[in-house]
Design a protein around this ligand. Structure first.
Ligand SMILES: [Zn+2]
Ligand SMILES: [Zn+2]
Length: 370
């Protein structure tokens, strides 16, 4: 980190801020006064106006992702779905200005590695994730690197709440539906798991005139999926993966063209695979946890016989934000409609506890920081 001398503007950013901090894994989240990190020469400080509590934060809190290298040093504040206003920039920042309203992808990228230069900043070799490599967005301010790349300016019509909703779950679903799933109008998409990512996929695919069958074990989430455009739903609570697959085949006249796993469990992966019609495409969005450590059996004979494709999908490359934000600005897509609760910094523990019980529907976003 460089010092404040690297900035060109007279900073109005205070030296300390309130942040919701993890002090122990699975322990209560405490609101504390912590320092605001100064920006690097290429960085910026963004005043956070809205900040989501994502299932990946919950995984961090549970230490689920340590096995893939996401090791948190406590205390820290996570949070990687942010909408806010640029308050300070480093001396080498060229295009971002103080006062810009921005969103920040959860995969903050360096812009210089092979993947970034090829346009796949979502796969950056030196990715920075809030809470892991630096403090995150459950705070009044967030300090961003490579600001010209990672601060993505919002159109006038896109507010901070929508920007926060776009930070991880919604943009992940967007890439999964549009780029990795290549879901076409009139095709059937099956969405397995109707948490934040799953509901986002339902909304995005429905807006693109695909037909969606939503699968979950919670009728409230299935009801929300119907509100977001799902043409059919399957409650999988008492069903085996094969039975779920059959229910999807019944609902879709032979199986989904594209099927997505949006939870990160072996059984939902199997449900998804079993839902496909011939030449179908499975898109993996969920990340498993300590139990499975990413190891899920793959029915390779069926892969051959059905000519199925299995693809992964992670985040959304920075250049793809232009089209996504244009669709939000024109109200073709409505990420903020998935925000079911606006909370205060001090409410994060409560949200995480309800996530443990899978008792949240849609997104919960911090919008009160004092
Ligand atoms: Zn996330
Ligand atoms: Zn990179």
């Amino acid at each position: 980190m460089e010092t404040k001398e690297s900035t060109t503007n007279i900073s109005t950013v205070p030296r300390t801020m309130r942040a919701a901090q993890m002090t122990a894994f699975r322990g209560p989240i405490e609101v504390r006064e912590v320092p605001v990190a100064a920006p690097r020469a290429d960085g910026a400080v963004v005043r956070v106006e809205a900040s989501g509590v994502c299932r990946s934060d919950w995984h961090f809190w549970n230490q689920d992702l340590a096995w893939i290298g996401f090791n948190l040093t406590l205390p820290t504040n996570t949070g990687h779905e942010v909408g806010g206003v640029v308050e300070e920039i480093g001396r080498d920042v060229r295009t971002v200005k103080v006062g810009d309203r921005v969103t920040i992808p959860f995969h903050e990228s360096d812009g210089t590695c092979e993947q970034c230069r090829a346009g796949f900043q979502n796969l950056c070799d030196h990715v920075i994730v809030g809470g892991v490599q630096r403090v995150g967005g459950w705070a009044q301010y967030i300090t961003v690197t490579a600001a010209d790349l990672n601060c993505i300016r919002l159109p006038e019509a896109v507010d901070s709440l929508s920007a926060a909703a776009l930070g991880c779950r919604y943009m992940t679903a967007y890439r999964a539906v549009v780029d990795r799933g290549r879901v076409q109008p009139g095709q059937w998409l099956a969405v397995h798991g109707c948490g934040g990512i799953g509901l986002s996929a339902v909304q995005i695919a429905s807006a693109a005139d695909a037909m969606v069958v939503a699968v979950d074990i919670d009728d409230r989430k299935l009801a929300k999926a119907r509100e977001e455009g799902a043409a059919a739903t399957v409650n999988a609570r008492t069903l085996t993966p094969e039975q779920v697959g059959q229910a999807v085949k019944d609902a879709t006249g032979g199986g989904a063209h594209v099927s997505m796993e949006a939870l990160g469990r072996g059984f939902t992966f199997h449900q998804s695979i079993q839902s496909l019609r011939k030449r179908g495409r499975h898109v993996q969005m969920g990340i498993t946890s300590q139990e499975e450590r990413g190891q899920v059996a793959l029915p390779v004979d069926l892969l051959t016989l059905m000519e199925w494709e299995v693809v992964g999908s992670l985040g959304n490359p920075h250049p793809k934000y232009a089209e996504l934000l244009a669709l939000v600005a024109r109200q073709k897509l409505h990420p903020a409609r998935l925000v079911t609760r606006q909370i205060a910094l001090g409410d994060v523990s409560d949200t995480l506890a309800r996530m443990t019980r899978f008792d949240t529907v849609g997104f919960e976003v911090i919008t009160r920081f004092t």
